[in-house]
Write a protein that binds this ligand. Sequence first.
Ligand code: SAH
Length: 375
Amino acid sequence: MTPDELLARYHALETKTLPNGRHYTVKRGLRGYPLHPGVALILARADLRAETLLDASGSGGLVALVAEAEEKVVLEPSKTALRCASATFAAAPFSGDAKVTVAAGAPWDAGAGNFDLAVLAPPTDRGSARVQAELVGAKQALRQGGRALIVMHKDQGAKRYEKLAADLFGDLTVEARDGGWRLICATKTHADVAPQETTPFKAAGLTLRAEPGVFAAGKLDPGSSRLLDAVPLEAFGGAHLLDLGCGYGLLALKASLAGAEVTALDDDLLAVRSTHDNARRYGADVRVLHSDVDSELQDEHFDTILMNPPFHVGKQVVMDVPKAFLAAAHTRLREGGTLILVANRALPYERDLMSFTSWETLAQDAQFKVLRAVR
Ligand code: SAH
């Protein structure tokens, strides 16, 4: 498969059908693709009847599609999931007169006291700060007496988070269990609590902030550190540069401060917000896009692309996204343009670099390698 074909396959929307005949859209890169087992438990076992529903489950709108509610709001921090949800509701011959809103957002963007049901499948792999923020946000979105349905896995801290949810909400019951997944119902009886502030941290000589759960929030990722050691970004002064999967924006900001004209993008809305804020605080002119790989780029090409590709979606090693990153680098570089990538040493990216004119290993140690490829 050529890089262009691989990228087209990555971006393809797939229509699936629920047992009750309703159609929905998924695509590669969606968390749990094709169907997250925690979401499957919600669909099978949860009581999804409510007047006003907040679907913050990250399921690409699937929970909202199945729920019986008069008003449904789907908030997706992942652009991939947002693309799925938008396609699902654009295509759905929708039952009843339910008013459905689909938008990019986190649970805490839903406003205060508007909902009587909120559904979460917190991304426990993004750490406890993110889970806590989602619980606090969902609680705030609920009216007093409203329910939160939350699904988590027992091997990913479910018991600990259930205790946290009980303390926050006031009342908690276990609704269903399946294959290690636990569905709980928390009823809001306690008053709202303030969300946690993000704390500044130092990374590669900069003072930065990151929203909860953003990749490497609060620290410098060792891979990104290797990339900065191996490549003096000053070399890219004046270059039209893309930071593909920017996280809180470290590489983008460094490149911008070194004089590059930078576009940064990430699937995670919280990464996008973090990069935007970090750039603003340094007065750096970085263009930041909420994008599923290159989905939001115009017909444009770059001189340089930097990446530290993700290879985990949850606990599984899923190579769809990093393969799409490499294919996009090939597609989005001008001829003669340069890709710089850092990766875990064990990952076989060299095969994907065969489509480039040349490539070399710039640096490697026991854990990481930094590769450079020329288009
Ligand atoms: N460049 C940053 C972060 C690297 S981690 C740093 O060096 O610190 C990889 C990033 O890719 C994560 O922020 C993750 O949210 C993002 N990502 C994952 N899937 C993506 C997709 N489909 N499209 C764009 N970005 C994605």
